[in-house]
Design a protein around this ligand. Sequence first.
Ligand code: AMP
Length: 284
Amino acid sequence: MIIAKTIASVRTQVKEWKRDGLTVALVPTMGYLHEGHASLIDKAAEMCDKVVASDFVNPTQFAPDEDLEAYPRDFASDCELLTKHGCDMVFCPSVDEMYPDGGKTDTYVEILNDMPKGLCGRTRPTHFRGVCTVVSKLFNIVTPDMAFFGQKDAQQLAIIRRMAHDMSYGIEIVGCPIVREDDGLAKSSRNVYLNGDRRRAARVLSRSVALGQKLIADGEKDAKKIVAEMSALIEAEPLAEIDYVTAVNNLDLAPVDTISGSVLIAMAVFIGKTRLLDNFVVEV
Ligand code: AMP
């Protein structure tokens, strides 16, 4: 696997691949990779000739009071996982390489409709502006044919689809299913923050997802009732504190009252200081 630290070296390599008529996939990540990320690499390798993963903790998507400095990192272990899953190149730039003006940028890519404002955007108002900006930079650097994102970050996936459409990137955005631990907890780099009682308490998210799915399978169509029952289950866990549980249209993330069409039911829940996400999509 090629380890590329500079934008120039990525461009040179991708040009060579494209000259040979090969298709290129991009899998953006912030590192500390697990089986969830690996599933994206596997899907990318299945669908494209060459796979580029980016491994970059992007400062512009963290607010000053968030866990940028504490975000877990282990590049050696990332390289091992990426190599095992057939990744061809990892792009691991420094902050200066990506943001040469002192880690900052004067230009952002930002969706101006309500998509970044609800769900995670309520408590992280500048987060998706940072995500869109870095993903847009990665699209410009790697120029992939396809880019792979996890359904675990459902709001991010919907926003990236919108951005790619609005900015005419001509890149196919592929969403990949949530990979879970044996007990149902969605795999996340942040799960490393959980231990003992907190790790056990974190199971409440996937239990709440399972409850929502069962209610819908049993015929419940009232989104408020479903959200209320899912929330009550989470509230019964003393170590859990709800940030949000909500039902929205899966395309434009507008709130819905009734389960019809493509509906995303998503949650963010604090277990101690660790904020965890989970969700499911239902197509009616
Ligand atoms: P991150 O490193 O957390 O920014 O995640 C990089 C990519 O991996 C994003 O597209 C995530 O949605 C995806 N991802 C993270 N965890 C999972 C998971 N448990 N299952 C599937 N995809 C995931």
